[in-house]
Design a protein around this ligand. Structure first.
Ligand code: GDP
Length: 195
């Protein structure tokens, strides 16, 4: 996949700000600091378009990116950090619910997790949350370059088992450092986008 054009469309806090263009969309979710922005930047070959926006206390928004004028990536704010107040958490939950339950052009999701560790409780909750909306989930096991070759197979198997991944979902070993997995990630995404 050659990305000729990528740009941010809007940081949206609520439905009325979502882009109106009726083009298909893929949402990307993951814990803060897991490597989500690095994943997005690697996929679209940009150094810094997606930035870590997950500083506690900062307004949490859905960041819509347009890719090649054909589809959107939607960067969903990170979850699972301790310093967020109850009020902020509730707001985040409402924003997520509004988006995932109502966005008709949403075709699939990518859940970014850290390949070095067993999925956390938050990862499992998020996987199940996305499945609850009937969405295909691509599980991106990133930071693969940090694993020894001998550990990879076992780690990937553990991820699949702990998440109890469904048949329709694809596990994609990935590294934003080396670019490993990029081709499979694009192939899977374009399949979900019917492109
Ligand atoms: P985000 O908060 O999920 O958007 O995380 P970032 O993309 O900002 O990444 C968090 C940290 O992990 C940064 O220091 C990145 O350089 C590092 N990182 C992200 N992806 C990879 C990867 O595939 N390999 C390695 N070695 N480091 C990574």
């Amino acid at each position: 996949m050659k990305v000729n054009y990528a740009d941010i469309v809007i940081s949206a806090a609520s439905k009325k700000q979502y882009p109106k263009a009726p083009i298909p969309e893929i949402a990307l979710a993951g814990r803060s600091n897991v490597g989500k922005s690095s994943f997005i930047n690697k996929m679209i070959q940009r150094k810094n378009l997606a930035r870590t926006s997950s500083k506690p206390g900062k307004t949490q928004t859905l960041n819509f990116y347009i890719i090649n004028d054909l589809f959107h990536f939607v960067d969903v704010p990170g979850y699972g950090y301790a310093k967020v107040s109850k009020k902020e958490r509730a707001k985040w939950g409402e924003m997520m619910e509004e988006y995932f339950s109502e966005r008709e052009q949403l075709r699939a999701t990518a859940l970014i997790i850290d390949s070095r560790h067993k999925p956390t409780e938050d990862d499992v909750i998020m996987y199940n949350y996305l499945k609850h909306f009937g969405l295909p989930v691509m599980v991106i096991a990133t930071k693969l370059d940090k694993l020894k070759k001998s550990q990879k197979h076992k780690q990937l198997k553990t991820i699949q088992q702990v998440l109890e991944m469904e048949e329709e979902d694809t596990l994609i070993p990935f590294s934003s450092e080396t670019g490993e997995g990029k081709e499979l990630a694009w192939k899977t995404m374009l399949g979900h986008l019917n492109m």
